[in-house]
Design a protein around this ligand. Sequence first.
Ligand code: GLN
Length: 512
Amino acid sequence: MSELTHHTAAELADALASGATTSVAITQAHLDRIAEIDADVHAYLHVNAEVSLAAAQASDERRAAGKTLNALDGVPVAIKDVLVTTDMPSTAGSKILEGWMSPYDATPVRKLREAGLIPLGKTNMDEFAMGSSTEHSAYGPTRNPWDLTRIPGGSGGGSAAAVAAFEAPFALGSDTGGSIRQPAHVTGTVGVKPTYGGVSRYGAIALASSLDQIGPCSRTVLDAALLHDVIKGHDRHDSTSLTDNWPSFADAARHANLTGVRIGVIKQLNGDGFQAGVMARFRESLDMLAANGAEIVEVDLPAIEHAVAAYYLILPAEASSNLAKFDSVRFGMRVTPTGGGTVEQVMSATRDAGFGAEVKRRIILGTYALSAGYYDAYYGSAQKVRTLVQQDFANAFAGVDVLASPTAPTTAWKLGEQLDDPLAMWRGDVATIPANLAGIPGISIPAGLAEEDGMPVGIQFLAPAREDARLYNVAGALESLLTTTWGGSLLSQNRGLDTPGGYSTSVKGGAR
Ligand code: GLN
């Protein structure tokens, strides 16, 4: 097989099954690709070359002995640095955890290993998953493989960029307010936020526990489904983990069928404040869905207008509590003031040196929102809005199977452009946050390139809780329609990293 890095995970699994290649060859190809381009992209914080190759060797030996663990046995995968791992440092993009080694594997990572997948490394992220650009990483930003001067989205920009740049076939991410779906939108990849409780959060360094969810990042809907199938399921270590018997998501993706599917377009996310190129691709996708058997209706979700405000109270409140454990005693960094100090002074000096500006901003906001005099006014009101958002979704799903919107209002902006304006960055989460408040699943898939800047645009689908399979069905159907129109995947149109001078031509070329 040529160019082992440019195949999907499903294709690699088939090639392994037929004996056309080996896990060692596939893993080495990805390590070579990382060595070649990751200085530019900076998708990875840590790469595990020797350990990965040893795991690949073991996979090849299992296969030779007829003891393959899973169809994906031997396929490499990247892991967002929010998930703890025993054989690589886990930092969540923060200085306060620099070099920290976990004594255990996060459950989704354990499941990958038990299925024989090969972890390649840990991917870059905004510190403690706070951000939409990966610029808040303490280890420097990741760059968008479509245009290295632009952001790759966030907080999981590292996982999305690794996948978009063919440095991993797929990856794990975490989505608290959009951190899997928005990076997918800006990098031309696929990202799925599962139903809350559908994938274990055990060993995921918590940002906001009632919103966080682990999920797949990939280049195709089928690959996301295959990875989701590996990581899903009950875990007694996570008290919010669902005990459902989930259907095969890969089957849903493989047998996609739009006949009779009712799709609700969210009125509040259908134009106002959205870039023209984002809306153009969104409307084309809707037309295509309608022309192929789906029924499109507009639905009203009035409470969504307050979702961003509610989220930016609930998230900081939970984060300020979750991050209290970084106290200089139990994990990572310790800074002692010159001349020594009390426990409080050491803690304060450590948190001052160890946390970045966005993390401090949210800890202060959250502590304030939870303080005795303001609790009801801020946190209490935000929780009421959360209930209204949940009711809006329940009402909407009484009439439609899935909801649709653009994944985010704009394409990838230039690095640095929004760094001094946190509110602007927060507002960009308008389309992704509601799903986290309601605990429902969402997917973003590529919808094309925006005319104005040649950058990728995503379309998002949302389904009721526990109905993740609907997302794979509708997204799988749209993906096959779109890729037929394009004559291949959207990513195959990005010549940037593989052609000298490729960036300017990719902008001029466009998707269509
Ligand atoms: N951009 C959102 C935030 O900054 C989403 C983060 C996430 O999903 N982890 O909170």
